[in-house]
Design a protein around this ligand. Sequence first.
Ligand code: ZN
Ligand code: ZN
Length: 826
Amino acid sequence: MDQISVQQIARVAVPVPVDKPFSYSIPSDFKELIQRGSQVIVPFGQRYIGGIVLNVTSKEEEPDYELKPIYDVVQSGPFIGNDLMQLLEWISSYYVCYLGEAYRLINPTVNLHKSKFELRKNGTEVPDHLSPALKDVLENLSPDKWISLKSVEAMLKKKDLLYRVHKLKKLDLIESRYIPPKPKKIYKSIDVFEVEKEKSWTTETKNKYLSNNSKKYIRSRELIAFLQNSGISTRQELLKARFSPGTIDRLVKEGVLRRTTKKIYRHQSNIYAEEIKPITLNKDQLEFISKVTPYLGDTPEQKTFLLHGITGSGKTEIYIELIRNVLKQGRQAIVLIPEIVLTPQTMARFRHHFKDQVAVIHSRQSPGEKAEILQKIREDKLSIVVGPRSAIFAPFKNLGLIIVDEEQEGSYKQSDSVPRYNARDVALYRAYLNNIPVILGSATPSFESLYNARTQKYEYFYLSSRISSRQLPRTQLVNFREEWRRTGSPLLFSENLLLKLEARLVSREQAMLLQNRRGFSPYIMCKECGYVEKCPNCDITLTYHFKGKNLQCHYCGYIEQAPDVCPQCKGFDILYKGVGTQKIEGEAKEKFPHGGVLRMDQDTTRRKNDLARLLEKFRNGEADFLIGTKMIAKGLDFERVTLVGIVNADQGLHFPDFRATEKVFQLLVQAAGRAGRGAQSGEVVIQTFDPNHYIFKYLMTHNYLGFYEREVETRKTLNYPPFSRLSLIRISGEDEEKVMHYAQQVAKFLWQANEDKRFGVLGPAPAPLVRINNRYRYHILIKQDRQIDPSMSYVRHLLKEGIYKNPKLKKWPVDLQIDMDPLEIL
Ligand SMILES: [Zn+2]
Ligand SMILES: [Zn+2]
């Protein structure tokens, strides 16, 4: 074929709400670089946006019109493999969004390297008919010198000149060239130390450090022993172990220690120092590993395992061992861990075992750090990615295993933007595409996953004992109602809990106190007239924060000074109702003036290293009690914590959500699981006003499956998940009238399409929180019986074609959200 006459074009998916790719011509500079999966920058309308090449075809297959050229190839970004492309197509179909919206998941904002894009005038003339805008650009260019687009934009003090450049090129008035950027330097250099081989020591030093017992050399000898034990250490680690810079440098000078410079990747430089014990697996752990192993590598069958292991049963050790097997096969692994569990401890464990081969992704990383990780994946320098939901899109080429830890966690669901996907379910589909096993791990599996295990869709495995023969903590229930009546005062800590906290101070053990609500008081109320201060933007009470003495809305961020007098009756007697973490903190400090108290919640962990610092303090024993929201309930592992107190276990139990009890149970099990993870056994004190609630019967006996059986009976009667699937349509806007009317239009369409009653439609109805941030919210809930249409294909079709894409509906000043398998229905 004649190569010159056949122009190659690229079909590019761009992150905009459309379902089809766009065609662009490929400039000769980029020919070598562009193929299916390349990330590119293309002109789109008046903008320039990042896109992904779906395929490359020849110009002949296209209608005959002029195509715009691709402007840049993003070489530092990942190359997107076939499985990811298919995965995104599935996401757009399953979660009812445009393909372009699904592509946003792997196409973080990319920028054109304007400094590498250079322009030169073609000749010296400036035609008279040219628009002033184009003249401006032309006048800043020269025919003898290449000038970067960046400089031109700086000179004209304008951004987005590319469109004008495009026009000038079409008029043949300028030419352009592109110099691909060099890969970024993605590591920094640090000094590491190790002990030199003894035979290379001089006789003099041997005498000094091996046989001389004088006091002078004690510290040096300790340093040598330290390094012999650790193998290799950074200067920082040595200083932390209290060796002086003088000692270190002298030993280097004398040839006892060797100093080398090591390149480390920036995203790994923040290492949390913790002693890691070697792994010895018990019988149960080994049995599970042997069940999974046959499905690693090239096997005809794909399997999903539900690993139900009580807290402290050693799930992480299993993951580590299985990943080792995967790496031996030259494949890679993804480990999803909810952000809240992704503590410095967890990261340290993975780094200890996999060193440079593992990268941890988390939301506090800068875009630069994230880009480094992607570049390393592209260069095959990484084999494991550990992270929250976005880690499921890690562009590995030869994936061998996916692990979803804490698979029930709500944070796997992206609820706040399109596509509203659940990373656990996306993981299942990616595993299916790659024919590899998935492990869903949890101490409290979601009811959906347990149901799938019961119906043989997943293989179920139960780890019933803690590692190293440790016992589950003893649990005590405190009847708070009774206690309040007896003492005649509203207490925060029962007598029982106080005694146990006191005992911890005496024995130098530690305790954690859970109160899943931040702030001081969830609301303030006037004693005279009962007035409650609400957020002016939302239909929600304001939370009192002690620090700053202000009232905050936890939904929209509104802040106001707390009033001294009642705004309604001018009364002075204002009550602080309800209990938040700040109040617990205050109370603990008052009761135990000599105990150290730390608080961990959203308010105390806002800055980058706050969390790591807090945890380090607690580990070092700088505090005796750690008070916190659900942030302390998961993933933390402190050997000296022997007591967990649940300040108010009833919280959330009566939320208007069919999953309320499931969620509370899961949280309490997780929190209780923090106790007794070391040599000492643990205790849990649960304070409740409703001790006869059935949830406690199962909680006290660690009977999660019993709780599941009891709870799903109700779900079955009402046909809620796991027996049905849900789709929630959220409609919101500033004008309540319009929102209501729009919701009715949508519902009418669904009723008409559902004459044969293939699914159920509930609503439209005002959402339980009807106004947030000055927007009115209405819901329509669709319930699909699993027996009739297990993947909701009919409903999804209706939602996409009839509602999501409907141009008539788009004209309304309301916002429409479609949420498949919603986790929040508030
Ligand atoms: Zn009042
Ligand atoms: Zn608000």
